[in-house]
Design a binder for this molecule. Structure first.
Ligand code: HEM
Length: 205
């Protein structure tokens, strides 16, 4: 069975529903104090993992659509990507508000001083740029530059597990699994990546 635009509507509704469930779960955990002795660490972990999972999911959609021959699935990609930005922003705001007390100067100096935060902030900035340029109108007005900018999602995909690994003091297995997933998603796109990386070099020479 081929998915139609009607099915896409229901898939999108399901994505909203699942995201709402996870957000409600986060709020419930905070209100019921189930994050234990260090709720800030609990919230940071929850939102960071949610951002990483959603980013990985965003990049799984295209290969999945290809393998299952369900091209319509690609229409859900933008929405899942926007949820990745939503969770990443909640994650960054948790740190900015609960750890740093909304001190913007301190946020800047921490990002410059701590390499794992520099990596996280770069990843967030990429997701921010992709989010603000995600509408069809902006896509049309940017022309070929739009695709170039949106190719930077592959950089974000690599930076996120590096940030995870660098931020954790003892955890190795979980960040390594995410890193392997990210590399696999890049290898699936090897031909496209080769074109993106080497074409400008060929043009210059
Ligand atoms: C300005 C942007 C960001 C800031 C300030 C930030 C800050 C932090 C902090 C403070 C931690 C906890 C470190 C610790 O436990 O001591 C952390 C962990 C983490 N961050 Fe970020 N982050 C940012 C962006 C991102 C992005 C864009 C992603 C994913 C797409 C992400 C995913 C994660 C993950 C998965 C963890 C590990 C969670 C854990 O196991 O506790 N972060 N981040």
């Amino acid at each position: 069975m081929r998915l139609t635009i009607k099915h896409v509507f229901w898939v999108k509704a399901a994505i909203h529903f699942v995201s709402l469930i996870f957000f409600a779960d986060l709020v419930w955990r905070v209100l019921s104090e189930s994050f234990g002795a260090d709720p800030v660490e609990g919230i940071t972990h929850y939102t960071g993992i949610a951002a990483l999972n959603t980013l990985i999911l965003t990049l799984i959609i295209s290969p999945l659509a290809k393998v299952t021959k369900q091209g319509m699935l690609v229409r859900c990609r933008r929405m899942v990507g926007l949820y990745a930005f939503f969770w990443a922003t909640l994650h960054m705001l948790t740190y900015f508000s609960l750890d740093l007390g909304f001190n913007i100067a301190l946020l800047g100096s921490e990002i410059v001083k701590r390499p794992y935060l520099t990596v996280g902030a770069t990843c967030w900035l990429i997701l921010f740029a992709l989010t603000v340029t995600s509408t069809s109108r902006i896509q049309r007005s940017m022309g070929a530059k739009w695709q170039k900018l949106h190719n930077s999602v592959y950089i974000a995909l690599i930076l996120a597990p590096i940030h995870f690994y660098w931020s954790s003091k003892s955890e190795l297995i979980e960040p390594a699994i995410y890193f392997a997933l990210a590399i696999s998603l890049l290898l699936i796109r090897w031909k496209t990546l080769k074109r993106i990386v080497f074409r400008p070099v060929i043009r210059r020479s």
